[in-house]
Design a protein around this ligand. Structure first.
Ligand SMILES: Nc1ncnc2c1ncn2[C@@H]1O[C@H](COP(=O)(O)OP(=O)(O)O)[C@@H](O)[C@H]1O
Ligand code: SF4
Ligand SMILES: [Mg+2]
Length: 392
């Protein structure tokens, strides 16, 4: 199965298996009555860009309703994206028709959140895990059973239990069955959508460890979706934080845990017990999150986090903060990006956007620049303290 990779850490030169560029997924809202007109859109995913290296792992984190599952479903092409590009293994799969998609359906598999609803209760474990082999006609019928047993062993279940039904297994074991099913076709990328959220805390770590072993052994890449930063911490060398359809901060794990610059990331960090110390770093400040994520049907103007952000100022309602490159492999979308307790008093983005400090158009300001806001990871970045660009 798969190539052997000794390191799972993404290197800047690492070839991406998946490149997502300005991805958008809007769901139409229809009016009632006979003639159903589109009266609006749920902007579930709105301009998201990231990469997952071959055999690597990116964590996608955010509260419920931020658009994480939708992002995962678009990548697996359960939905056709409204806009943007999805390049998998060098090919744009965002616009492929169902027929042309078939080979990619093998290469990208999904692990679902709820092991109780994602397995058909009327089928034996053997037929659940073996079904993809039969559908894709990959191995002779006689060999399916031995392949199923092999997979059961890989995920730590008794290979002799292939004839049992899902209800005969515990939650953790069912999730292992879901993982075995996702591995059947030897995918290159696994989209794991909160794979341990529905499990007892006591078995969450076991399942995460299993996924990590699988990643190491088979060199399969992961997009690992979670609603808090604790779960992805030990798994993902890179982390993207999502809020209301957009990525607000993305970077290498250590940058995110030690030097988070976005108030939302800082709030998520301070809510997680085992990273709390790192988040507050001895300082007393702490950002609390109040209320829920607003509706993506009519998101707040400017910065979408402003209705819950303790630092929000005028410019935040007027201008959308660009995803600014603030360090090697670290980006943040905030006018007042800074480490906790060290946020600047004036917006760092005003000059780049050609506006004054309140966010009004300013003919005296420099021209808008895209230099620091391009998708992917640039070598040139913006030093927030020095307010100047840093060449590699
Ligand atoms: N099929 C759909 N039709 C309409 N709205 C949807 C659909 N799927 C998700 N949404 C909406 O998109 C937003 C993002 O949802 P989701 O991607 O499930 O977020 P998350 O996984 O981060 O909790 C939510 O407001 C949700 O109600
Ligand atoms: S841009 Fe403004 S509202 Fe948005 S996170 Fe930064 S300070 Fe808060
Ligand atoms: Mg979800």
């Amino acid at each position: 199965m798969g190539a052997d990779t000794s390191s799972t850490v993404a290197t800047p030169a690492g070839e991406p298996i998946l490149e997502v560029d300005n991805l958008r997924m809007y769901f139409p809202i229809k009016s009632g009555g006979l003639i159903r007109r589109t009266v609006g859109h749920v902007q579930a995913v709105d301009g998201v860009s990231f990469q997952v290296p071959v055999g690597g792992a990116l964590g996608l984190v955010g509260e419920s309703g931020c658009g994480k599952s939708t992002t995962g479903r678009v990548i697996t092409r359960l939905y056709k994206p409204t806009g943007g590009a999805i390049r998998f293994d060098g090919r744009d799969i965002g616009n492929l028709k169902p027929r042309a998609l078939k080979p990619f359906r093998r290469d990208i598999q999904m692990i679902f959140q709820d092991p109780y609803t994602s397995l058909n209760p009327r089928h034996t474990v053997g037929s659940i895990i073996g079904a993809p082999l039969a559908i894709h006609n990959l191995v002779p019928k006689k060999q399916i059973l031995s392949r199923v047993q092999e997979l059961l062993e890989v995920v730590g279940l008794n290979p002799e239990h292939y004839n049992r039904y899902p209800h005969e297994f515990s939650g953790g074991q069912r999730q292992r069955i879901g993982i075995a099913r996702a591995l059947t076709l030897q995918p290159k990328l696994l989209v794991a959508d909160e794979p341990v959220s529905a499990l007892d805390v006591s078995i969450q770590a076991q399942v995460v460890n299993l996924l990590q072993d699988i990643q190491r052994e088979f060199g399969v890449a992961f997009l690992f979706i979670a609603h808090d930063l604790a779960v992805v911490r030990h798994f993902c060398p890179e982390i993207a934080v999502m809020y209301l359809g957009k990525i607000v901060e993305i970077g290498e794990r250590d940058r995110i845990y030690r030097h988070a610059n976005h108030p939302y990331t800082q709030a998520l960090l301070s809510a997680v017990p085992d990273v709390k110390q790192a988040a507050i770093g001895g300082r007393r400040e702490r950002i609390r999150l109040e209320g829920d994520v607003p509706s993506p049907i009519n998101p707040p103007s400017g910065c979408r986090f402003r209705t819950r952000c303790p630092l929000a100022q005028e410019i935040c309602a007027r201008q959308e903060p660009p995803l600014l490159q603030i360090g090697p492999r670290h980006k943040v979308a905030c006018h007042f990006a800074g480490e906790l307790g060290q946020h600047p008093f004036k917006p760092v983005t005003a000059r780049l956007l050609g506006v004054d400090d309140q966010g009004n158009p300013d003919p005296g300001a420099g021209p808008p620049t895209e230099l620091f806001t391009q998708p992917g990871f640039a070598d040139t970045w913006f030093d927030i303290k020095g307010r100047s660009s840093v060449e590699p």
